[in-house]
Design a protein around this ligand. Sequence first.
Ligand SMILES: [Zn+2]
Length: 460
Amino acid sequence: MNDLAVVNGKIFDGFSSYKANVYIKDGKISTVSSQILDAAEIYDANGFYILPGLIDPHVHFALNLGKYRSADDFESGSRSAAFGGVTTFIDFLDPVTEDSEIEEKFSQRLKLASSSHVDYSFHMTVAHPNIPAMELIHRTLALGLNSVKCFTTYSLSNRMTGDGYIFDLLKSSKDLGAVITFHAENDPIIIHRISGIGKRFPKDLPFFHPYESEAEAVSRIGTFARLTGGQAYIVHNSSGRSIQLLKAYGIPSNLRLETCPQYLVLDDSVYENNSTEVVLHTLVPPLRSKLDLQLMKGYFVNGIFSTVGTDHCPFMKKEKLENESNYDSMPNGIGGVETAFSLLYTLFVKEGLMPLNLLVKMQSTNVADTFGLANKGRILPGVDADLVIFDPNSEWRVTIDSLHTNADYTPYEGMKLKGKFVSTIVRGNFVVKDGEFISRSKGKFIERGPVFWRTHSEMR
Ligand SMILES: [Zn+2]
């Protein structure tokens, strides 16, 4: 007998939509069928959509910046994520410089993440390790991780990886089955901009991190990807003009791009507002111009981006405000793990600009494919029973009190959204049921073995 049946809902699996019942046994999907089968518990999803659990490839829970720590730890962050339909997330290890730190940084994060209510993995993060790239990838894979994050900037805080090492990483990635992910901005441009100014204020953020800096680094990574054939992934693409340049040059099939809801919804006019509004929107890359936003929206509906990550990294209002007149010690980042899907559903799917299945792909199926989460992102017999139940007719207003984050503000306050998750199931257990937090599930670290991409065009 099955443990749970989710019946009468309409499935959107990223490829097609159809009415069927989903049966679950021992945490796995056992059957997808229009038949009525036996189950210990029946969940009626009549009028709702059934989606594969969302996978957020980019969150920062319990991020330690020294003086500040991001507002959500793994407990509150994963709770907020579950209400946003996320059943698996990928967080990051702290940057590794010495090879002796690799295993230690992993076990530190693993311990912190044990309070998660949903499943999780991590990206290895490197600065400039003192071991060959190939060895670094081997040791990453040995931990059950298959992705390595690098920064092409932040030399001032000793987090930058040089082009030579990046080239080596990419070269090794395709043979070993790793994904090299990039925060892509040009370091000298940023240093030039920062040092050219006396006192640094938050409103100058777009000046410190201009879109040209991103455009240069993104096309450099595109070039390296083309020359090495490596598996390259650029996080948080924010600028439409940067993508325009990349497109003109040609996006190689072994380069995948992520964007975040904030770069599809908000723009840099907030930096002209009063200083409270300015500090509440400090993030890197910063919000871009209206032109960039328009271009981003067009690229988004055309499927240029493989994935959506949220870069969820909120800080408390007070922590932002106390740096009102000093950008140097500002904790950068905003929240968004819970609102991402409903925001994009409202702005793109409900507006008739893109099909729901494309959004499901970008927030689930493609993320699983890209990062080798073989048992996630599908509604098929044998895979993990990670399902989310979405009410497409719900209308709600975002307020910080309506969310489940520890943060005390949201950049989307007051926005009217359509569509909301009512239930979230992780490996057959409800974490959220009919809008109530249940947490019968305890999140689990998911090992990711070597991954070898099909080409981008095959994904769509
Ligand atoms: Zn990030």
